[in-house]
Design a protein around this ligand. Structure first.
Ligand SMILES: [Zn+2]
Length: 405
């Protein structure tokens, strides 16, 4: 009998998400490939066997009787590195001020940009580690992180370097996105700033990010400016991503399909034409229900329509000072209760399709032989408890790269 590191056995439900290794759509989203009374064998950070009643000599045996085992959550859209907090804005929101109202009155993102510019690398690092620790506690084992609270070359570099350090030092794997085009800093006109992003920032951030993102929105960056930045990013091997159609439909979804983006995110107001093009090109729609929830907008991305059209949907927290949650379980709850996704669809969106949105589906996002052992054990008998037993942390054990953390 082979000696292994960890054997998980007797899992009431082992949610493997075994299936086609590409973004999942329509009915595929519902297929979690569940093994009843399942076991997983882990060795050297990898899953080496998976099935029923496996027999191995293991360093550590975990009896998962009565529990649910699934891949670690993947959070494919966060702004985890920022300084300060904006809890004072809640009173403004309660008075009915919109995100744009708060932004225009000097609050919102510029408050955070100021704090982040002033913060030392060490400060940013320690504030971000607290958030990553919480993410891990709630079952997230990989996340994306965007720059975008620097809005000048020094501060954008500082954030990307902090993200690089976090990726090395923290258990969570962090994939970096350059979001210099998050807002227009007050010291520049928009065209000047687009030039700075393309000619000054992109050459200097080489090697510090995998993706380039733009906040394509009315009053921020137009479709043409976004296209320009994302095309330039491609020259530096940065795959396009987009904040698209969050507040109004500016044609962001359509742009994502024209520019070869890996994902377009938010999509509350996207046109049917844009969504159909995304479906055709299999561009992942990353839905962020925590954001309209925090903004008390009572309007959510049309997840059902997107799934019907064949858009591969994923879920993310959008963790930022405006929507501060590290908890993907909460996002799954919002996806089901407010966007009418089924529990199975939401879980696929928070695991396998989220891995696709980061280009990591070869190594994570499902529990299959040869994949990285990023696994969570939930203290509930089946996966339907995730959006049902709400407001608590259902995670019992987190295993990252074959180690219990
Ligand atoms: Zn965002």
């Amino acid at each position: 009998m082979e000696n292994i590191d960890i054997l998980i056995k007797n899992a009431n439900e082992l949610i493997t998400l075994k299936g086609p290794n590409r973004p999942r759509i329509m009915e595929e989203l519902k297929n979690l490939s569940i093994i009843k009374n399942g076991s997983i064998a882990i060795k050297d950070s990898k899953i080496i066997d998976i099935g029923k009643n496996l027999k191995y000599k293991a360093e550590k045996i975990i009896d998962a009787s009565g529990k649910t085992v699934l891949p670690g959550f993947i959070d494919p859209h966060t702004h985890v590195v920022f300084a300060g907090s904006r809890e004072f804005e809640l009173d403004m929101k309660l008075k009915g001020l919109s995100y744009m109202d708060i932004l225009n009155s000097g609050g919102g993102i510029f408050y955070t940009v100021n704090k982040t510019r002033k913060a030392s690398e060490k400060d940013l690092l320690s504030q971000s580690i607290c958030r990553l620790d919480k993410m891990l506690t709630y079952g997230t084992t990989t996340c994306e992180a965007k720059s975008g609270y620097g809005l000048n070359i020094e501060s954008e570099m500082k954030i990307l370097k902090v993200q690089e350090k976090l990726n090395k030092e923290h258990k969570i794997d962090i994939v970096s996105t350059f979001l210099g085009a998050h807002a227009i800093p007050k010291e520049y006109k928009v065209d000047e700033y687009v030039d700075i992003i393309i000619n000054d920032m992109l050459p200097k951030i080489r090697g510090l990010a995998n993706f380039c993102d733009v906040f394509c929105e009315k009053g921020v960056f137009t479709v043409e400016q976004s296209r320009h930045i994302l095309e330039a990013g491609k020259d530096y091997n940065l795959t396009p991503k987009l904040h698209a159609d969050e507040i109004v439909d500016t044609g962001g979804a359509l742009l994502s399909s024209q520019i070869g983006a890996i994902s377009a995110d938010h999509l509350l107001m996207s046109s049917d034409k844009g969504l159909r093009q995304m479906a055709k090109k299999r561009i992942i729609g990353v839905l962020l229900p925590g954001t309209p929830f925090s903004l008390m907008q009572n309007i959510y991305a049309p997840a059902r329509k997107m799934i019907d059209f064949g858009v591969p949907v994923a879920l993310a927290t959008d963790l930022n000072p405006n929507c501060w949650t590290e908890n993907m379980q909460f996002i799954i709850q919002l996806a089901c209760l407010n966007m009418k996704m089924t529990p199975a669809e939401a879980i696929t969106g928070a695991t396998f399709n989220a891995a696709c949105a980061l280009g990591l589906n070869d190594s994570i996002g499902s529990l299959e032989m040869g994949k990285q052992a990023d696994i969570i054990i939930l203290d509930c008998p089946n996966y339907k408890f995730l959006p049902y037993h709400i407001g608590v942390n259902l995670v019992d054990t987190v295993i990252k790269k074959g180690t219990i953390v």
